[in-house]
Design a protein around this ligand. Structure first.
Ligand code: BTN
Length: 319
């Protein structure tokens, strides 16, 4: 089915007969595959009598050679899938199989994309970026301190450089434009964090997506913000370069060297918020973060510090 897609992705007309010859199948088998492409991947294909089939819009698929050419210093192997449950889950399986880190897992779509706090991550085919970079961490806990915030900063910078100037951060590691989420980050860790472990830096960026009924919070995409269609290979390359830069700084100088820059880009700095932890809610004012990336809130006039993967922030109505 995806071989057929690769023939059609140029956005030109292809006759059923020519497609059948190229694939070694009958014209009616071509027709069936096209129906599957539309139903399963949500793609729109025009059928014009006498001319054949044409994708409603040309499609650029992920291409490791193109990515490597644009980011030669990112010399990690790239595993690209047409479809996978979750790039983070596949990355964890690859670690189990003994794949040497660093390596990168990408997919055109995810059938069970994972978000934070058990949520689903909307992952339609060939529209967005589903990116999992695996690192081997040998430096113990210090190398993990604030790591997810550093990834958020790198994602935000990559988006700004590519023409989304309004991208900013929300603790702990959402990237927003205004109140709308444009990218999310999910770190997963295996091994002994105090000794040697592997960490999967999972990044989802809404790139060319224009509509979905799968997201129950305010969201946006690079295309919706700018009116432009983005080349995902270019974005993957730029993201790799930016991650390399920030991860090197983090590794050498620790998170405290990045703390100020992170705070300067925190959209909710000084705002009145509610911190949600399961059924508990704590109201306070955002003071910033500490040298390990934990959230500093003024609660009833007293500074308190919060950290943990299950926490989330909401703006208070009166802020
Ligand atoms: C969030 O809830 O904000 C985190 C979303 C993280 C989504 C990305 S997409 C690539 C990687 N694979 C996953 O299953 N999840 C992360």
């Amino acid at each position: 089915m995806l071989t057929l897609l690769k023939l059609l992705k140029d956005g030109k007309f292809h006759s059923g007969q020519a497609l059948g010859v190229a694939l070694g199948i009958s014209r009616s088998a071509v027709w069936k595959q096209l129906q599957h492409l539309e139903a399963e991947l949500g793609l729109s294909i025009h059928k014009v009598r006498g001319r054949g089939y044409q994708m409603a819009a040309p499609l650029t698929l992920l291409d490791p050679a193109d990515i490597k050419e644009q980011a030669p210093s990112c010399d990690w192997p790239i595993l690209v899938f047409d479809s996978i449950d979750s790039t983070n889950a596949e990355a964890l399986r690859a670690i189990e199989r003994g794949q040497a880190a660093p390596f990168l897992v990408l997919s055109e779509r995810q059938t069970a994309g994972r978000g934070r706090r058990g949520r689903n991550w909307a992952s339609p085919f060939a529209e967005n970026i589903y990116y999992s970079l695996v690192l081997r961490i040998e430096g113990g806990m210090r190398q993990l301190e604030g790591l997810s915030l550093v990834v958020g900063l790198a994602v935000m910078q990559a988006l700004r450089d590519l023409g989304i100037p309004g991208a900013g951060l929300k603790w702990p590691n959402d990237v927003l434009v205004g109140q709308k989420k444009i990218a999310g980050i999910l770190l997963e860790l295996v091994g002994d964090p105090a000794d040697v472990c592997h960490v999967v830096l999972g990044v989802g960026i809404n790139v060319n997506m224009q509509a979905t009924d799968e997201i129950d919070q305010q969201w946006t995409s690079m295309r919706l913000e700018s009116g432009r269609v983005f080349d995902r290979n270019h974005l993957v390359a730029q993201l790799g370069l930016m991650l390399q830069k920030y991860l090197a700084r983090h590794q050498i100088d620790g998170f405290s060297a990045i703390q100020r820059e992170w705070e300067q880009n925190h959209l909710w700095q000084g705002r009145a918020v509610s911190l949600i932890a399961g059924v508990n809610q704590i109201d306070g004012e955002v003071l910033g973060i500490d040298s390990q990336g934990a959230l500093r809130l003024k609660v009833d006039g007293v500074e308190k510090v919060f950290s943990g993967g299950e926490l989330s922030l909401r703006l208070r109505d009166d802020s």
